[in-house]
Design a protein around this ligand. Structure first.
Ligand SMILES: [Zn+2]
Length: 186
């Protein structure tokens, strides 16, 4: 699987009318692809209002803007939400869609941000935390009870595309991540 193959799958994907989250899901995949092209992890996220309008889009940017350990797509999206829209919109009315199951860092932040609905496309058994909500400390579980977490309503093909985008180049990216730690500890 090459980046060119992934790009062709994203560009050629036809939205399936039977699934509610296809349009925003495909957009997340486009953002994930854009992240891969800048040497970052292939993850994208979109924040929508109650009417389904896109408010904010974000993509992973851990490496390309200068190393930023919090540069996950969800973290960048929430940063922008808080700096641009906080106080104007009730987070409970908003929906976050992300191409990969959020990690512990992002899930914590999502719980604090209070978005009413959170949907993810591909599962992440190795690093995802949403499927392990019961392992969060009680106060965090309490916050989670105020929000709804779902698998995105998308076709199997789109879910696989999100999965493949998230998996692309991870061995190399992990090396970059570990190299960063060696620099900062020397
Ligand atoms: Zn994360």
């Amino acid at each position: 699987m090459t980046l060119t193959d992934l790009a062709a799958r994203v560009a050629g994907y036809v939205i399936h009318p039977d699934f509610r989250d296809e349009a925003c899901g495909l957009r997340c995949c486009e953002l994930a692809l854009a992240a891969l092209r800048t040497g970052d992890y292939g993850v994208g996220a979109v924040l929508l209002d109650a009417a389904g309008n896109t408010l904010i889009e974000a993509q992973n940017q851990v490496f390309s803007g200068g190393y930023c350990s919090s540069g996950h797509a969800e973290m960048r999206l929430i940063d922008r939400f808080e700096s641009e829209l906080a106080g104007q919109l009730n987070p409970d009315d908003l929906k976050l869609v992300v191409s990969l199951e959020p990690c512990p860092m992002c899930l914590s932040r999502i719980l604090l941000a209070g978005f009413g609905v959170v949907k993810y496309m591909a599962e992440d058994p190795a690093g995802g935390m949403v499927s392990r909500l019961d392992d969060m400390p009680p106060a965090w579980q309490n916050l989670a009870s105020l929000q709804s977490f779902y698998h995105a309503h998308i076709s199997d093909a789109l879910r696989q595309l999100a999965q493949d985008l998230a998996q692309y180049g991870v061995a190399e990216l992990r090396k970059n991540l570990l190299a960063q730690r060696q620099i900062s500890s020397s």
